[in-house]
Design a protein around this ligand. Structure first.
Ligand SMILES: *Cc1c(COP(=O)(O)O)cnc(C)c1O
Length: 400
């Protein structure tokens, strides 16, 4: 008899973190709303106070740990002769938002005198932690995601932060290569996995010590909650994260945790469809001469594709590109019918925005970040095409 094949991602996502089937009980127990638990005598048991632990978090954390752990067979072959992925079970700690998870990792690990390497082009609010880290006496070195910029800044570092694909520029770096070099310098490596989700790439397979993400985006996908998590293999790191969460109080709500767990059942369907749709939209965009700099890691012509094709399993839902100027980009966004204007990404309904309206990112005035939802790809492509046509008429950029 052959050994049973481990469940594939869709099966994994649908069943992750559920309790054993018991007669007359629901498949996914409802949210537990508890500030405290009955606790007579000497404190004992897992659930004592609502800031320390909650059964609804436990279920979600077990699901996310399962997804981040995946199966050994899922690992890309270690091509560089690098260290094999560390053994150990994956533990996950959930937080109130992605930023609560990001700051838990950075601020619990980095002390005065430590050096941190951060991407120049990572999520804007993560970069806003730089003065705070420096205020606590840490040194921060910035390096671009493209070209494995972090490799040049590793000397003496305590922690290397990566974000790949980066948001919003969609550059890609080789996690395995940087993790091997960082570990040789004695540094820990954290990867912001928000854009990819664990079904897009598994940083812990690629040598990272932390896989950190916002659950607000593609992971939960419905645009109705904020959540974050960090997954690790080292139980001591998990312990530190839990201690940080308890002392800072950055706890997720039981309702959000439950909605998130419920959403995971469709994760593989959503991210699969969204990645296909994103490729269709990116391909359409490349056909229009007024559109430049189309980026999507799944597109064969994308500069990030060679590394993405090796380390990613699904390429995410974000497409970025540049229109000639602000007026042209605004005319395009106003002309979209299916794609709503909003920040954030990863939701089941497509959204887009002119990123420069926020400031803070090194992007052109006409730079658009489009998050592709689960709509029918023909409708989406048609909507993008008609909005491009209309924007061209409105701005008089006919000749381009
Ligand atoms: C949105 C985002 C975050 C922050 O997550 P919140 O849930 O909004 O706090 C962190 N990193 C990346 C890459 C993001 O896109």
């Amino acid at each position: 008899m052959t050994a049973p094949r481990p469940p594939a991602d869709g099966t994994l996502a649908a069943h992750a973190g559920l309790p054993p089937a018991r007669p007359n009980e629901p498949p996914l127990p409802g949210p537990v709303f508890a500030a405290h638990y009955h606790l007579p005598g000497e404190p004992a048991g897992d659930y004592r106070y609502g800031r320390d632990a909650n059964p609804t978090w436990t279920g979600l954390e077990s699901a996310l740990a399962t997804l981040e752990a995946g199966h050994p067979e899922d690992r890309p072959a270690p091509d560089t002769g690098g260290a094999t992925p560390a053994a150990g079970t994956v533990e996950c700690v959930t937080f109130a938002s992605g930023m609560a998870a990001v700051s838990a990792v950075l601020l619990s690990q980095v002390r005065a005198g430590d050096t941190v390497v951060l991407p120049t082009d990572c999520y804007y609010t993560v970069r806003q932690l730089v003065p705070r880290l420096e205020g606590h006496g840490a040194r921060v070195r910035l390096a671009p995601t493209a070209g494995e910029g972090a490799l040049r800044e590793l000397r003496g570092a305590r922690l290397v932060w990566l974000e790949t694909p980066s948001n919003p520029g969609l550059d890609v770096c080789d996690i395995r290569r940087i993790a091997d070099a960082a570990h040789a310098e004695g540094a820990l490596v954290a990867v912001d996995n928000t854009l990819a989700t664990p079904l897009g790439q598994r940083p812990l397979h690629l040598g990272a010590d932390f896989s950190v993400a916002s659950g607000t985006k593609a992971l939960t996908g419905h645009g109705d909650l904020l959540l974050g998590y960090a997954a690790v293999r080292d139980p001591a790191l998990a312990q530190e994260l839990r201690h940080w969460r308890r002392t800072v109080g950055a706890v997720p709500g039981p309702m959000e945790s439950w909605l998130a767990h419920r959403s995971l059942a469709t994760l593989e369907l959503r991210v699969g469809r969204q990645a296909e749709n994103a490729l269709a939209v990116a391909t359409e965009l490349t056909r229009h001469p007024e559109v430049t700099g189309v980026r999507h890691p799944g597109h064969p012509d994308d500069p990030g594709h060679p590394v993405a094709a090796w380390q990613m399993r699904r390429f995410g839902c974000v497409v970025s590109f540049t229109l000639p100027d602000r007026a042209h980009a605004e005319a395009f966004l106003d002309s979209l019918r299916l794609v709503h204007q909003a920040t954030s990404f990863g939701g089941v309904r497509s959204t887009a925005e002119r990123r420069a309206r926020w400031g803070g990112d090194a992007v052109a005035a006409g730079f658009v970040r489009l998050s592709v939802g689960v709509e029918d790809p023909r409708d989406l492509v048609a909507d993008v095409r008609q909005a491009l046509d209309r924007a061209r008429h409105l701005t008089g950029d006919e000749g381009r």
